[in-house]
Design a binder for this molecule. Structure first.
Ligand code: ATP
Length: 270
């Protein structure tokens, strides 16, 4: 076994992960590592298995085969609380869940709840918890929303608060499922800029391939539940790969004055 690939500091590793429902493979033998401290984009067409794969890493769906490990430790063998301290998630359905469970609570209360994973029993929040929460809200550019009721916020404001909540959990690994939904173009970029600046391990399911190119280090491409490619983002999100995976014509453009590339898309005529 190569300790560089399997040991501490490795990152989040999917190893032969398979999820079946009603005899259908939603995720089929997926294996790749999201390297520690870097941002990995998880891309693929609608229904390709991105959310399902992420759910195996935040322990909502147990893989039918394969393993998900963090820095060499099987996440499904660890106590749930320990996983919650190490892995934070911003899920697609979180707005609705917090809306219905939040019962009119303030943004500050909602974000403070993320600190409960560090408490035993019903021990009260500390000044240190409050400090983490305030800093997380500021990092997510949501400090001005602290006293507002979560339910009354706009979709984009809620996304910022949910990012703050994920940050406040203090986990070294972040799983973000389409976090840029509802966000204006400036904050889409801002959010991924913030995530990249954290230096934490992050896996981000994202549809905008140009955001992935701009703000992610790595990419993994799913198609019909299978991994079709993974690696450095600019080597994976090529015109040919995009055509194969998404069935659209893509052209790669180099940005002026740098090494960065972006994609332009056209419908592929039948
Ligand atoms: N509980 C379930 N039972 C049966 N099929 C499911 C279940 N959950 C998801 N699926 C199916 O699994 C496939 C993968 O869904 P998933 O949500 O992981 O895709 P996705 O890549 O995240 O899609 P999108 O980009 O549209 O959000 C889809 O065909 C979906 O209908």
């Amino acid at each position: 076994m190569n300790p560089r690939q399997h040991g501490p500091g490795e990152g989040l590793r999917f190893d032969g992960v398979t999820v079946e429902r009603a005899g259908r493979r939603l995720v089929d033998d997926v294996g790749f590592t999201a390297p520690a401290g870097q941002v990995t984009a998880l891309v693929g067409p609608n229904g390709s298995g991105k959310s399902t794969l992420l759910k195996t890493a935040y322990r909502l769906i147990r893989p039918d085969a394969g393993a998900v490990s963090l820095d060499g430790e099987d996440l499904w063998q660890l106590p749930r609380r320990q996983v919650a301290r190490r892995v934070a998630v911003m899920a697609q359905e979180a707005q609705a869940v917090v809306d219905s469970a939040g019962m009119g609570q303030s943004v500050l209360d909602i974000v403070l709840m993320a600190r409960s994973v560090h408490h035993s029993g019903f021990s009260p929040d500390t000044d240190a918890d409050l400090d983490v929460v305030v800093r997380s809200l500021e990092t997510a550019r949501a400090g001005h929303l602290a006293d507002r009721g979560f339910a009354e916020l706009s979709g984009g404001e809620k996304q910022r608060v949910l990012l703050a909540r994920a940050l406040a959990q203090g986990a070294g690994t972040l799983l973000l499922d389409e976090p840029t939904n509802h966000l204006d173009i400036a904050f889409q970029m801002e959010l991924l800029h913030i995530v990249r600046g954290l230096g934490r391990t992050a896996v981000v399911a994202v549809h905008d391939l140009n955001l992935a190119l701009a703000y992610c280090d790595h990419a993994a491409v799913l198609s019909s539940g299978r991994l079709v490619d993974h690696g450095p983002v600019d080597q994976v999100l090529t015109a040919g790969q995009v055509r194969d995976a998404f069935g659209v014509q893509a052209t790669t453009m180099r940005l002026p004055g740098g090494d960065q590339t972006r994609l332009a898309f056209e419908r592929l005529e039948a």
